[in-house]
Design a protein around this ligand. Structure first.
Ligand code: SAM
Length: 249
């Protein structure tokens, strides 16, 4: 991402800012967690709508320069080092962020994994390529992140954002997605499910029979209705769930 320290690409296009605000739809009194407020391009318009914004910014100077305002709390912290169960204890929160792209995946993993009961919805801007991976299951772009997200949330692609919307412009297109958290699927052992995903996609060109050797045998593949010659990127979420279930039988 152009080598910018801390992924600092600030929104400058008022039409894109308006589009993100329309998607976030902040309401009076609503609690919003903003990750990386930067110079406040999204923060102040959200406050104008009457929402209460908790802004977590790792950059000391940026955090110090945010103008104090009613209903704004700035926490100078690395979001990845933050215990969400403490920070968001008075939730539920909506998360709104133009994410620092160098840590998109770890942030997503953290907020989805720790967010149950604390966060109900997220409106996030990220690299277009990562967005595509998330919303296109059973496609050559899909990976363990696709199914990890689907395990925790329903993701919806909202719109594409060109580099010119930012200052300085990043090198790639961006996209805004909405995530609605839901309860994890019933009758699924999460650790085992993620282990199957990890092993399947660690060698994405290999057949599942070989990647999952020792974990799932041919009979179990058959019970799950998944041919063992298939490659991981051809599987739908439900097929991975079936593999996890049958791997225990
Ligand atoms: N929200 C602003 C905007 O849209 O103009 C800034 C977005 S910029 C893409 C990402 C922001 O995240 C920067 O302000 C950066 O300092 C901050 N950031 C980077 N790493 C972070 C981390 N680990 N925890 C919290 N904030 C972080």
């Amino acid at each position: 991402m152009g080598g910018r320290p801390l992924g600092q690409h600030f929104l400058q296009d008022p039409r894109i800012i308006d589009q993100i605000l329309a998607a976030a739809n902040p309401q009076p009194g609503q609690k919003i967690l903003e990750i990386g407020p930067g110079r406040g391009a999204l923060t102040y318009p959200m406050l104008l709508s009457g929402a209460r914004v908790l802004a977590v910014e790792v950059d000391e100077q940026l955090a110090a320069r945010l103008k104090p305002a009613d209903h704004l709390r700035v926490v100078r912290q690395d979001i990845l080092q933050t215990r969400l169960s403490e920070l968001l204890a008075d939730g539920p929160y909506k998360v709104v962020a133009n994410l620092p792209y160098y840590i998109t995946t770890p942030i997503l993993e953290k907020v989805l994994q720790e967010g149950h009961g604390l966060i109900d919805e997220l409106v996030l801007m990220m690299q277009h390529e990562v967005a595509e991976r998330i919303v296109k299951p059973a496609n050559r772009l899909s990976g363990s992140l696709t199914h990890f997200v689907r395990f925790h949330a329903q993701a919806e692609y909202l719109f594409k954002v060109p580099p010119s919307a930012f200052l300085p412009p990043p090198e790639v297109d961006s996209a805004v997605l909405r995530f609605r958290l839901h309860a994890p699927p019933e009758d699924c052992l999460a650790r085992r499910f993620f282990d199957i995903l990890r092993r399947s996609f660690a060698q994405r060109r290999k057949m599942l029979r070989s990647s999952l050797k020792g974990l799932i045998n041919d009979e179990q593949f058959q019970k799950a209705g998944v041919e063992p010659q298939r490659r991981p990127e051809t599987l739908h979420f439900e097929e991975f769930l079936a593999l996890e279930r049958c791997s225990r039988s």
